[in-house]
Write a protein that binds this ligand. Sequence first.
Ligand SMILES: [Zn+2]
Ligand SMILES: [Zn+2]
Ligand SMILES: [Zn+2]
Length: 327
Amino acid sequence: MVILVWISTDTRMSRNKHFVSSQKQITLLFLFWIINAYTNVFGQVSLHILGTAQDAGAPQIGCKKECCISLWDNGIQENVVSLGVIDNTIKTHYLFEATPDIGQQLALLEAETRGLTNMSGIFITHGHIGHYSGLLYLGKEAMNGNNIPLFAAKRMADFLRKNGPWEQLVLNQNINIMELVPEKELKLSSNLHITPILVPHRDEYSETVGFIIKGSQKTALFIPDIDKWERWDTAIENLINEVDFAFLDATFFDGKELPNRNMDAIPHPFVVESIQRFDSLSSSEKAKIYFIHFNHTNPLLKRNSKAFQLLTEKGFQIAKTGMKFEL
Ligand SMILES: [Zn+2]
Ligand SMILES: [Zn+2]
Ligand SMILES: [Zn+2]
């Protein structure tokens, strides 16, 4: 395309200068339009939903209740929350979270890129099983990874370095830990920037971060796990305002989901609380919110549930495996 444009300006060079410059302007505009169209069609950076369930997936081990029985019977499984990000400009792809379903999820992501990009790193939010236990599959017994960049904040990084079996991954150089500094933007390429942000959560082994994933055109926010919104000194609405898509913790729909457990000991913003909190937002702000990280008991996992219908009517979105977003 560039060569064609050059020829078209050159052949007219001898006629008159004024015509040449206006012709150049037109061709430059045309070139800009083509590049723009190409970017819009093919995208430079894309984000892919690779799983939406809480740490233990759905159906969940040992669950014989109504939420899981039909899933067991029909062999249906919802994978644990993970995002894939592809940077087409430098032919790389990244996983956000190393879940127990990492094998399937990496294959899904690599199918998207038709093998044209390279696995270039894994970002981890925190040390709860659904978010990092998949790292085990990078070790000698499995993939035997070769210095796969592993992006984690300090406590998470130290936990992996100092505790078996994770330390083996470091010693064998299956992973290469790259420490993240909260609030500090990491530039993976000129088109893909990642900023970790500290969020309050049950931090037994690590701190917990969320991620701001900034592509060439759009930005996504990923907070799969957080205690109540009110326990955070950042107003979530301000962050939603700054991004185009917000993938937010929807572990439990309401407080009645686990009758045999003290739900105060496992705090999350109930979806009904989030709905109330976000009720005054404009419809365009609500449309940015994609609920994700569903416990097996959460009715949002079922498309025909009243909860699902309510959320859709209110103008919110529900993340689904296979969704794709251009950033
Ligand atoms: Zn989780
Ligand atoms: Zn269940
Ligand atoms: Zn957690």
